[in-house]
Design a protein around this ligand. Sequence first.
Ligand code: SF4
Ligand code: SF4
Length: 80
Amino acid sequence: MTYYINTDKCTACGMCKEVCMNNAILDFNDFYVIDNLWCIDCGSCAVMCYENAITYNGLESEHQDEFNNEITELQPIEYF
Ligand code: SF4
Ligand code: SF4
C-alpha cells in the first residue's frame, strides 16, 4: 500500500470512499482506512480529501506492516 489515511486528520466525511472505484476504503465510523489488498494506487481519494488526510507513502515500510496488522484486528462498519 502506498496511500495512507492519517486518522488524526480524517473527519470521517466519507468522500474518499465514495470516489474509490475499487472499494478499498473501509468505514470505521470515526475514521476511514485504506485496505492495501484492494488499493490500486490510483490517487483519486487523495485528490478528493479536503482535509489532506491522505498521503502517498504516508508511513515508512517498517511501520506499514504494524499498521496493517492493527487494522485487520478492527472490524469495519461496512466492508463493501
Ligand atoms: S475524504 Fe479525507 S476526511 Fe473524508 S473520510 Fe476520507 S480521509 Fe477522512
Ligand atoms: S488510491 Fe485509488 S484505489 Fe487506492 S484507496 Fe484511493 S481511490 Fe481507492
